[in-house]
Write a new protein. Structure first.
Length: 177
């Protein structure tokens, strides 16, 4: 009887262990979000475009985009392949040092205040969510304000990730699709 009990306990433990490994392997893919500092450092070693999602904690459309758009497999694949993705809270209080300049939270900007880096990236047009695309040299390609559906974001990612922005407008690109 004791041998049977020990065998059952070992078997149960083994099943739990196996199921935990299986769960990790079966976790759905996600966008790899980097901090500003991580993305800039990676970009210096292995250049890629940057995709910056400028958001706030209170933004309902930002949450909807996180839940519905950024979880779609096609979006995840395109972002992870062609970009270093950054989530930038436009109201974060932590400083960000970039190119020997310290960007800080500015309580005087807008009603709730805003981070100077977000203000700079968005040219002071503080709408959320907003996506900012930078090229490999960290120069801005474009600002894309507002909520994006899967189809809308996929078109943008293909346009920018595929370098089409260098030879045509986004409207021309959409007509060719």
């Amino acid at each position: 009887m004791k041998k049977l009990l020990v065998l059952l306990v070992l078997l149960a433990g083994g099943l739990i262990l196996i199921s935990s490994f299986s769960a990790e392997e079966n976790e759905p893919p996600t966008i790899h979000w980097y901090s500003w500092e991580e993305a800039i450092s990676l970009n210096e070693k292995h250049p890629k475009k940057l995709l910056i999602d400028v958001y706030t904690d209170w933004c309902g459309w930002c949450k909807k985009m996180d839940k519905e758009t950024f979880t779609h497999p096609a979006i995840i694949d395109l972002v992870n392949k062609d970009f270093y993705a950054i989530k930038l809270d436009a109201e974060q209080k932590e400083d960000i040092v970039y190119k020997d300049f310290t960007f800080s939270f500015n309580p005087e900007h807008g009603r709730k205040g805003a981070h100077d880096l977000a203000v700079s990236l968005l040219d002071g047009k503080m709408g959320y969510p907003s996506l900012v695309y930078l090229n490999e040299q960290q120069s801005r390609i474009t600002i894309s304000p507002g909520y994006k559906t899967v189809e809308g974001l996929q078109a943008e990612l293909e346009f920018i990730g595929g370098e089409h922005y260098t030879s045509m407008t986004f409207e021309e690109f959409k007509l060719k699709e």
